[in-house]
Structure formats: C-alpha cells, structure tokens
Design a protein. Structure first.
Length: 267
C-alpha cells in the first residue's frame, strides 16, 4: 500500500500563521492615525507588501477604505491574488490595487498612511539608500500623512541564536534563526525554518540579509528628510514579562533581551 501523502507545504501559509497579524496591524494604524489627526484615514499604501495581507485587512475596515500594495517580487504577489483576494468580497477587492514596482520609484500614489512592516526596510543596508526611501515616502504622503514602521532589537539580537515557537493547534514549529551578526556594520543574516509534525525540518524557507537599524538612527533620518515628528510606540508587558501586544507612545523603553516597537512619523 502506498504511503499516504500529507498536504503540500505552503510556505506563505505557515509564514502568515507564525509571524503575521494583519487585522491587528490594520486596526492599530487606523486608530493611531485617528488619535494623531482627529479624522479617519482612508487610503493606505503597504510598501514591501509581498502577499499583501495587510492591504486586504485594510479593505475590510469599511466601505471607504482603499489600499495599494507595492512590491517588485512577482511570486508573493501572485500568491496573494490567488489566496487572499479570493477571500474578499467584490467591494473589498475593488478597493485594492497591487503594483509590481520598486518602493524607491518616484511615481507611487499619494496616500494617508504608508506602512513598511515586518522589518522589510532593513534590507536597505546603506544610510543613503534608506534616506532616499524615507524621502520618497515623505514626498508621496498627503499633507496630514504618516509613515508607520516596525523595528526590533535587544541584546538577544546582537548574537547568533535560534528561537523555536511551537504552534500545537496547527501541528508545526517555527524557527527564527539569527545566523550571524557583525557588530561593526550591524549586518545580520536571518533564516526562517519550519517543521511540521512528523516531517523533516525545512531549513531556510525564508532568508533575510539585513542591517539592524536602531531607533535613534531611524528617527534622525526621518527628521532629516522633513518629518516634523516621530513617536515610538513601545509594547507593554503581561504578568509573565512577555509582550502583551499593546503599544503606547513612550520615550523610555525597557532594556529587555528582545523587543518590537512601532515608529510613527508625521508629515
């Protein structure tokens, strides 16, 4: 008798389960903009959008919410069209536009919010290139526009290590592997591995060749290109000392081994 085959391995599916929270991200961006500007933001641009899950979540916030996703890689865009757009209503899908372009292009749409999440802009390893990107975003934002970034750091990020997270309800483990870190350049190599229960470990499913930018560096660059203000939204802690998913404005962060924060820059 032939051995029964399991479901085909879908790397984007497991990536979404392991690291993404598009609904929460969309609501955080909407609510933060409303707190800062006193009005609703309706047009979002998701840079480095890959399979554009956040853009899809944005269209679900209401009938006036429109999203533009920008990425130059055709593979995740094709995945998003097949697996995510198909889950939208016709109204939601009509308010979604995906552009296969470089985020450094000068002709991108003017919007209320630009977001660059999942640390995607860490791929810009030269200061001048990151400055060019921030300048392009500043120019393309509407008068009351904001740029929302996420970033991460902590002492754990300055040395090679592997962190495993078990997802028992989905029968797989996710591995975040920091393979190298150069303290002189702050260049680091990261990999994502997956292991489904009863199967071999799939190594280096995703690879990230990044520079570990610090919050002060990012805020100084944002100020240089013209943003009038930047605010760090720091994550609170639960009773066990773990992140509680609640991000609030702060100028003092806890010196912990690993942290994630948002930076919100106002035009």
């Amino acid at each position: 008798m032939a051995k029964k085959k399991g479901k085909p391995f879908d790397k984007y599916h497991y990536y979404a389960l392991a690291v993404q929270s598009p609904d929460a991200d969309a609501k955080f961006m909407r609510d933060t903009y409303k707190e800062l500007r006193g009005k609703d933001p309706f047009l979002l641009r998701e840079d480095f959008c890959a399979a554009f899950a956040i853009s899809c979540a944005w269209t679900k916030l209401g009938g006036k919410y429109r999203a533009v996703g920008v990425d130059f890689d055709p593979e995740p865009i094709a995945y998003g069209r097949t697996h995510y757009v198909s889950q939208l209503t016709s109204s939601q899908a009509s308010r979604l536009e995906i552009l296969q372009k470089n985020v450094l292009d000068q002709d991108l749409p003017a919007v209320d919010i630009v977001c660059a999440l999942n640390f995607s802009y860490f791929g810009f390893k030269k200061r001048n290139t990151l400055r060019q990107y921030f300048q392009s975003v500043f120019t393309s934002l509407k008068k009351d526009g904001v740029l929302i970034l996420d970033c991460f750091g902590g002492s754990q990020c300055w040395e090679p290590n592997v962190d495993e997270t078990e997802h028992e309800d989905e029968n797989f483990s996710y591995f975040w592997d920091q393979d190298t870190f150069n303290p002189i350049t702050h260049h680091a190599m990261f990999y994502i591995h997956f292991k489904r229960k009863g199967e071999r470990k799939r190594e280096r499913v995703f690879t990230y060749d990044w520079r570990m930018w610090t919050i002060p560096e990012l805020r100084e660059l944002l100020e240089e290109v013209g943003f009038r203000k930047s605010t760090v939204y720091w994550e609170g802690s639960d009773d066990d000392g773990e992140g509680d998913g609640v991000f609030t404005p702060s100028e003092e962060g806890e010196d912990c081994e690993a942290w994630v924060a948002y930076i919100v820059a106002e035009k």
